[in-house]
Design a protein around this ligand. Structure first.
Ligand code: NAG
Ligand code: NAG
Ligand code: NAG
Ligand code: NAG
Ligand code: NAG
Length: 617
């Protein structure tokens, strides 16, 4: 592998010697292959996913700038598994050629299990295969970023970028009348590339759930978009309201595909950033390997390289390029370009559990789709002919985001003081950064303004619940000096901190209170797992460790924080110690918000594009 890397390096030099060969090809809008690619681009974007395509669209608005997107995967095949909400949320693309098929390293805190972390390998990225939730977090989730030292990154300043990415369609009269769906039009955008709307069909059990939550004292917030993503709210989906199909970041590409200054290279994996300079490091070129035809190559960067490879691969690309913790790099024989201990640290993710019920009294429920093939076929046909019925629905439409004080009367002060066992950071900046995060979370999580836990009713008879502001932290670590050697080791860290486990146990108890309400009992709920026999705190803790899974929201591995707090990028998203390299994906979010992260990824990427344009001279 080391040989391969140096061969590629040599190739880059060769191309540089004969620039005329390649620059003679006229700029036309297209997917380029190895021989159609230009020698150099103003901007080289690494990753054609949710953030990468957003930034590619905005930067290529200026026709005088050339933009290349390098994407590991192919185009999607347009199949129903991508487009149809009910089927898409069945996660049919996990473990296929459109997925990196990542599993975490086995973890003691998860009962010795490793868990899957689907990450799309396709133009459009993980927005092509996710669960389509589009609600953003609450004010406190984003204001915490600014409090951590990132000036200009708060709810108010991000609001315009949330709007910019969105094209909202209000729910139909039918949904408003029959289900009481509420919204606040003034909080939404209407000109963005990503549709947000509600499915035409909602399952009747949702009424029981809303009634149950109200009977426990929870109110319905008007709209999560206006900063009030707390208590109960109707959550829009990234859904095209006309076709009832998935709306995803590919639409940013579709909206720019006739621009001659935007090129996309598919099926090509970036293997290294080639840098020069000691004091003021510069990315000169980006090296890649093309799987189709095994072409490999290298492209020069005139202005900036932009990492948009996601929370797993962005830190790995930095590490193999010599930007990361010096001790790790040296142990793998990688030349240290910038010693940056935070690269791959601070991994945060939402971890979830599910409690399953039998529903003895539900005449029409999502279970019918799995138990009754005739019904399934009829509903599939209804979708194909009229874009209506349960196939329009991904399964989760109303979300409860609950603060700690709603699920337990104990404020858990003592747990905030527990030093995280698995944060035995040798590096002082990392532990300083973690302490700074802990202080902010401690303060905010003990107010009603920040959610500690999410509870969602699924219409097949289940409640799914998640820890939204974990105190546990994980890591992403390359295991080789070459990216070609495979995916990095991902230690999720989930449930390593006792607070997270405690929140889970308290939330599990709370779901039982919800299930016991008169409204839910009308459905004839009987708990199947973990089951009525699992009761003591010890039993409940074991159950959550054994059942926990990833929500597939991985963030914060190239965190935007001060360098002396273990940050990787500054408030302009520039990598410390490098002149022309930014990160624009979920990995820069310093603290994961209490929200399904995709709408935040779009908003951050929209803001990133403006920062890049502003830095352009
Ligand atoms: C995905 O990973 C699993 C387990 O690691 C393996 O069994 C399976 O073959 C992989 N799938 C693909 C498409 O590589
Ligand atoms: C903490 O880290 C050690 C070493 O990486 C690992 O062996 C152990 O399983 C982790 N403990 C928990 C509770 O995750
Ligand atoms: C927003 O979505 C609506 C509904 O699909 C569509 O009619 C409208 O043209 C879209 N607006 C923009 C600016 O794309
Ligand atoms: C759904 O399943 C329930 C319970 O098995 C059954 O009573 C009901 O008739 C089914 N409804 C449909 C539309 O298949
Ligand atoms: C079953 O559900 C129907 C409709 O919600 C309700 O009228 C009925 O009382 C329920 N039956 C039981 C036993 O709760």
């Amino acid at each position: 592998m080391a040989n391969m890397a140096s061969t590629l390096g040599a190739l880059c030099t060769l191309v540089a010697l004969f620039p005329a060969i390649v620059t003679s090809i006229p700029l036309v809008p297209r997917f380029v292959s190895g021989n159609g690619i230009l020698d150099a681009y103003d901007y080289v974007i690494i990753g054609g996913g949710t953030s990468g395509l957003t930034v590619a669209n905005r930067l290529s608005e200026d026709s005088s700038k050339t933009v290349l997107v390098i994407e590991s995967g192919p185009m999607d095949d347009g199949s129903e598994s991508f487009r149809v909400p009910y089927l898409g949320r069945g996660y049919l693309n996990f473990g296929t050629k459109f997925d990196w098929n990542i599993s975490s390293v086995p973890s003691q805190s998860l009962g010795g299990r490793s868990i899957i972390m689907p990450s799309a390998r396709v133009l459009g990225g993980t927005s092509s295969i996710n669960g389509m939730q589009f609600a953003k977090g609450a004010v406190s989730d984003y204001d915490a970023w600014e409090e951590l030292g990132n000036e200009g990154w708060n709810f108010e300043s991000l609001a315009k970028y949330f709007r910019k990415s969105e094209n909202f369609t209000a729910p139909s009269e039918k949904l408003v009348k029959e289900f009481g769906v509420t919204y606040d039009k003034s909080a939404h955008g209407f000109t963005g590339f990503i549709h947000s709307s509600f499915p035409r069909f909602l399952w009747p059990q949702l009424k029981n759930w809303v009634g149950a939550m109200k009977s426990l004292g929870h109110s319905v917030s008007q709209d999560p978009a206006n900063g009030g993503a707390l208590q109960l709210f109707w959550s829009p989906l990234s859904l095209n309201p006309d076709t009832q199909t998935r709306s995803f970041s590919r639409e940013y590409y579709d909206g720019a595909q006739d621009r001659p200054n935007l090129h996309v290279l598919l099926d090509s994996t970036v293997t290294k950033l080639l840098t020069s300079g000691d004091e003021r490091v510069r990315v000169d070129a980006v090296e890649f390997l093309s799987s189709a035809g095994a072409q490999n190559g290298c492209v020069k960067v005139k202005k900036e390289a932009i990492l948009a490879a996601g929370s797993i691969f962005s830190p790995q690309i930095l590490q193999v390029s010599g930007i990361g913790p010096a001790s790790l790099l040296k142990s793998l024989g990688i030349k240290v370009v910038v010693d940056l201990p935070g690269v791959g640290a601070n991994l945060q993710g939402h971890v979830y559990n599910v409690i399953f019920y039998q529903m003895a009294n539900a005449s029409l429920a999502a279970t019918n789709l799995t138990t009754n093939p005739t019904f399934y076929n009829e509903m599939h046909e209804l979708y194909k002919t009229k874009q209506d019925g349960p196939f329009t629905n991904n399964g989760a439409n109303m979300i409860a985001m609950l603060p700690l004080s709603d699920i337990t009367s104990d404020n858990l002060q003592n747990l905030f003081e527990v030093p995280s066992k698995n944060l035995s950071h040798q590096d002082t900046s990392l532990s300083k950064g973690y302490q700074a995060q802990l202080k902010i979370l401690h303060h905010r999580l003990t107010t009603p303004n920040m959610a500690a836990t999410e509870v969602v009713w699924l219409n097949e008879g289940a409640m799914i619940f998640s820890v939204m502001h974990p105190l546990s932290r994980g890591t992403v670590t390359t295991t080789s000096s070459s990216l070609l050697a495979g995916i990095p080791a991902v230690d999720t860290g989930h449930l390593a901190h006792p607070m997270d486990t405690r929140i889970f146990v308290e939330t599990l108890k709370y779901t039982r209170k919800i299930a016991a309400t008169d409204e839910m009992q009308k459905l004839g709920l009987i708990e199947v797992t973990p089951g009525a026999g699992v009761n003591t705190d010890e039993q409940l803790e074991k159950a959550v460790r054994d059942m926990s899974n990833q929500m597939y929201h991985m963030t914060s591995t190239c965190a935007m924080m001060k360098r002396d707090l273990g940050g990787v990028v500054n408030k302009d998203l520039k990598v410390y110690g490098v002149r022309n390299l930014r990160v624009v994906d979920a990995s820069v979010q310093p603290l994961i918000p209490a929200a399904h992260v995709q709408s935040t990824v779009y908003a951050v990427a929209e803001k990133a594009a403006d920062l890049i344009k502003a830095g352009d001279s």
